[in-house]
Design a protein around this ligand. Structure first.
Ligand SMILES: NC(=O)c1ccc[n+]([C@@H]2O[C@H](COP(=O)([O-])OP(=O)(O)OC[C@H]3O[C@@H](n4cnc5c(N)ncnc54)[C@H](OP(=O)(O)O)[C@@H]3O)[C@@H](O)[C@H]2O)c1
Length: 267
């Protein structure tokens, strides 16, 4: 019997690519969207889900269980970007971001765990980001949300060991998807002192995503992880320099690493 995979945010970008690849490999894949009616002729079915709404989470998992009676793999992929100076991002928007990137995945995990525990098998993959390993300028909230999900993954893993439910996370570098166009950009206040620095960093960020790697590379890594008996705690997937930045952060004195980041972002 083919394994059932639920991918949150399967309507575009990485989620879509992972879903198409796993479908090709014979998995029974379900993706999600807040507007499933927009996605009719897709490679795999798209069900309705808004991870910021607890009722929607329950309905989505219930719908899937009625169709498949089991959930073998959950890929917590849905996520949104947010940029802006920490001083000027409206607090409401910071909270919105955490609702999608942190509390949403927790809600999904908790919704599938009773099923996975009773199956005595299950794998949960949380999509974080290399940005979650360091506080990036004008992306502090995004970095924090992804860093939080990394730590939450570590905690769940230990708690779930007795139940044979595995958890891991993948931290991608830049991949060419729609994420830049879906990002929330904080509007700068009139006479904001951040006009020049934020503008320059924003342009660099968008270029990086546009020049990003092919999402299929990430889909192949997901496939490999699914085949692995004991997945690692963290996976990093992306350009060498992006992955190496995590090593540099570990080995360099903090202020050297800060200087390196600032010169990279031309600050
Ligand atoms: N692309 C990159 O370079 C990159 C790098 C590092 C990490 N990531 C992470 O990878 C994941 C996928 O991003 P992507 O690049 O593929 O972006 P994307 O193309 O913008 O896709 C985002 C997906 O998330 C879904 N989504 C957004 N808000 C949602 C909500 N409230 N409830 C349910 N689904 C929601 C969207 O579905 P609908 O709009 O249809 O609802 C969409 O399918 C994200 O977690 C992102 O942070 C991406």
């Amino acid at each position: 019997m083919s394994k059932t995979v639920l991918i949150t945010g399967g309507s575009s970008g990485l989620g879509k690519s992972i879903g198409e690849y796993l479908t090709e490999k014979g998995y029974q894949v379900y993706g999600t969207s807040r507007s499933p009616e927009k996605y009719k002729n897709t490679a795999f079915p798209i069900v309705k889900l808004d991870v910021t709404d607890p009722e929607s989470i329950q309905n989505c998992v219930q719908e899937l269980l009625e169709k498949t009676q089991r959930i073998d793999i959950l890929i917590n992929n849905a996520g949104v970007g947010i940029t802006g100076p920490m001083e000027e991002i409206p607090m409401r928007e910071m909270k919105n971001n955490f609702e999608t990137n942190v509390f949403g995945p927790i809600g999904m995990i908790n919704a599938v765990l009773p099923t996975m525990r009773s199956q005595q098998t299950g794998l949960i993959i949380n999509m974080t980001s290399i940005a979650g390993y360091m506080g990036l300028p004008f992306r502090g909230v995004y970095s924090a949300s992804k860093g939080a999900l990394e730590l939450i993954t570590e905690a769940y893993r230990m708690e779930l060991k007795p139940f044979k439910v595995h958890m891991t996370n993948i931290a991608p570098g830049d991949f060419a998807t729609n994420i830049a166009s879906g990002r929330y950009h904080a509007p700068l206040q009139q006479n904001s002192p951040y006009h020049n620095s934020y503008g320059a960093t924003l342009a660099l960020m968008d270029n990086h995503v546009d020049d990003g790697k092919d999402p299929k590379i990430l889909a192949q890594v997901v496939y490999q992880i699914i085949q692995t008996k004991h997945p690692k705690i963290h996976y990093k997937v992306g350009a060498f320099l992006q992955k190496f930045s995590i090593v540099l952060k570990r080995i360099l004195p903090d202020h050297w690493f800060e200087r390196l980041l600032m010169s990279f972002y031309k600050l």
